[in-house]
Ligand binder design. Structure first.
Ligand code: 5GP
Length: 146
């Protein structure tokens, strides 16, 4: 554990508030154990986050059933991104600890259509709300709901 990692799960983190329904998000997919939604400050068009419905700060906390569930949802989202953006290249990224650059302390996988050589700055620029809504709808339309 790094010095910068919170010692416990913060119930008021932004993704916990999303899971509680306290703040809105542009949903791409949801099932019993996971939620996928558009990143509000995308590093490329179509940047999606996948989170478990488990109070995990980072990978160290993730229980096996939720680890499996987030990866299965990540596969669904990636397949949808490949269809919608007609491209093969999708970056899968996940940060553990503030030292690595993690800014929201609820475990999440980033899925970013693009190339590592062209990636935008991390969590830097807010996207247009209508654009995110449209992208979420297009991605959700090609994912089978449970
Ligand atoms: P981390 O730095 O923890 O790996 O990534 C956190 C991600 O959450 C960033 O890419 C950032 O843009 C995104 N993010 C931060 N606040 C919000 C929010 O309120 N809504 C959404 N949809 N994404 C957020």
């Amino acid at each position: 554990m790094t010095q910068n990692k919170p010692a416990y799960y913060d119930e008021n983190n932004i993704f916990a508030k999303m899971l509680n329904g306290d703040i809105p998000h542009h949903k791409v997919y949801e099932d019993e154990k996971t939620l996928a939604f558009m990143d509000i400050m995308p590093q490329a068009e179509g940047h999606v986050l996948v989170i478990p419905k488990q109070k995990a700060v980072d990978l160290a906390d993730l229980e096996p059933e939720y680890a499996a569930a987030v990866l299965m949802t990540a596969k669904k989202v990636m397949n949808a991104q490949r269809q919608v953006f007609a491209r093969e290249g999708i970056i899968q990224m996940q940060l553990n600890g503030a030292q690595a650059g993690q800014t929201v302390f609820h475990y999440h996988i980033h899925l970013i259509p693009g190339s590592i050589h062209e990636l935008g700055v991390h969590a830097a620029k807010m996207a247009d709300n209508d654009k995110l809504a449209d992208l979420a709808q297009r991605l959700a339309a090609v994912i089978d709901t449970p």
